[in-house]
Every structure is written in structure tokens, then in C-alpha cells.
Design a protein around this ligand. Sequence first.
Ligand code: UD1
Length: 337
Amino acid sequence: MKVVVTGGLGFIGSHTVVELQNEGFEVVIIDNLSNASEKVLDGIYNITGQKPLFEKIDLREKSAVQHFFKKYHDVVGIIHFAASKAVGESVENPLLYYENNINTLVYLLQELTALPQANFIFSSSCTVYGQAEKMPITEDASVQPAMSPYGNTKQIGEEIIRDTAKVTNVNAVLLRYFNPIGAHASAEIGELPLGVPQNLVPFITQTAMGLREKLSVFGNDYPTPDGTCIRDYIHVVDLAKAHVIALQRLLNEQNVEKVETFNLGTGTGSSVLEVIHAFEKVSGQKLNYQIVGRREGDITSAYASTNKANTVLGWKAQLSLEEALASAWKWEQKIRS
Ligand code: UD1
């Protein structure tokens, strides 16, 4: 069975391609290489012994998308990762984000509705909940006004898919990720942030490697036990596996609604200082860090209720924070060697 993975050379996409191939799917990757390298194909091959099909396509080009689906009319679903994800950049250049994340989604759905098997898995984010009132966050928590154009594209994206599914053959699973981190245990694939990393874990590993002088901890005056923000850090390999299970659910027609939503997290919140100390423990490196002021737009705390994903989807995160940090560190050392 052939599956399309857009953004399949990116961080979460590449790990999902590996898990799909492990489960016997044939994968066609669409990627425009704007934030990924073709070398990732070698990493995937080294793990699975198979090279996925790859089409360098920019999903903003509608005719290219149409052409692609003429060629691959026999696919059984689309897993859609391709999107821009830098919160700050989205504030500075909102139209880029609406074009990259919304136009592309519309073009894909237009083609999907013409396929016999219109299965769609969408990369959403816990950012749709904003600062939720209750922890852990369940899927029925209300969606809060988005704090950035990036966050807005995830909310609008979810709505576009719901509206489309109501009147077409589309069945979809919306996966709301908490904080994906880590790398494949083989260190053949991992996260490759362009420029200065915005996210915590790549900043930690680059600091430990000596590429950054020190890590800034954004605020220690939050109402949390140690004053730093709390997030739910989920190993990217666990996250990737959830996509395969979600696709199989649609293929086996086990979904009870045309559009289903699941949180993907571990259910455990960790503070920034806890992550730093866990990293120091697994790497044996002392990390140079300093407490600075809060970062604008950061929420105090977000961690998932995993109940629905565990019981309905039948998926549970297996890997620990320590395993995720150790794998991220192994990957960082490998790419700098
Ligand atoms: C952000 C986005 C989220 C997006 C995710 C992945 C928001 C509010 N958050 O999550 O939507 O899906 O990135 O791209 O839109 N921190 C430091 N120092 C650093 C970097 C981070 O202390 O140098 C802290 C942050 O204050 C935060 C935690 O580490 O408390 C995690 O930050 P980060 O990795 O950037 O993820 P989020 O902001 O949670």
C-alpha cells in the first residue's frame, strides 16, 4: 500500500517514513527541501534497507500537486507534515505562513477528495489549547484564540479538514503534538534546525557541543514548583509510530467519526530545569545555562491527557525523557563529527 508523506524529509516526517516502511507500507515523499536535505533519504535507507520514492515538489504550486496525484492515483492516504513552524517568524511574516500552511493544505485536500481512499493524517499542535485551564489537557478542552499566525494555521487547518470531511469522502485524524524531541536510536536521522535553534532540546545539545556559548532559561518566576515552564516532551519515534496506527485505523475503517482528534504526549510534565538536569545526567556534560527573562508568548504549563490516545487509538508513548535526550545527544555528536 502506497502512502504519501509530505515533509517526509523533515524531523517528524523522516521518523514516520521509517515506521511506515517497517510496517510494510510503500512511501512516496513530497518535500521542497526548504528546511530539509536530500541526504535524509540515505539515513532512512541505512535504517530500513529501503529507499522511499521522493518527489521534489513545492506544494504551493497547485499544478505540480495536480500532476503528482495523476502519477500516484493509487495511494491509500496522505500524512501531511509539510509546513512552516517557527512562531517568531510567523509573527514577522504572516502571509508566508498562511501561504505555506493553508494554501498547500487546500490544494492537497482538493486532490485527496478525488481519490478512492481519501485518508488524511494532519500534524496539529497542542498550541491550539493556549494556556489550558486544567491539566492534563484533554481533547475536549476549548481551543483558545491563537497567539501567533503559526498557531492560527493549525487551528484553521483543523477547521478546513472538518468542513471538508462533512461533505466529501475524506476521513481524517488530527494529531495534536506536545513537544517532540529526540532522534532515531541509530543516529541515522534526527532534528536539523536551520540557524540558531528556537526549541529547547536542540539548543541544549548545541550548547553542550560548544556551538552555543550558553543556554538561556526563559524565566524562573512562573507559578510552577521550580519556577520554570512545564511541557510534555515526547520522543519523536513514539510520535512517528502513532501516525502509522492512525493511518491503519482509517484503512481498517475503525474510526467512529469522520474526523477524530488525539493528543500525542507522554502525560508527564517536565520543567525546563528538569530537562537540563536530565540531559546532564544522560550526557555526563555540565551545561552552561543562565536564567533570563520570560520569552514573550510562552505559556506556563502544558501536558497531555493520554487517555483517549491510549484507549481509542491504542497507542502509548514507550520511551522516557532520558532516552529521548540521550538519542538527541548521540545525534548531535554524530552530525558534528
Ligand atoms: C513551540 C511552539 C509550538 C510548536 C513547538 C515546535 C508555541 C507557544 N509554541 O513550543 O507551537 O509546535 O515550538 O516547534 O507556539 N526554552 C528556554 N530556552 C530556550 C528555548 C526554550 O528556556 O532557548 C523554554 C521555553 O520557554 C519553554 C520550553 O523551553 O518553556 C520549551 O520551548 P520550545 O522548545 O521552544 O517549545 P514550545 O515553546 O513549548
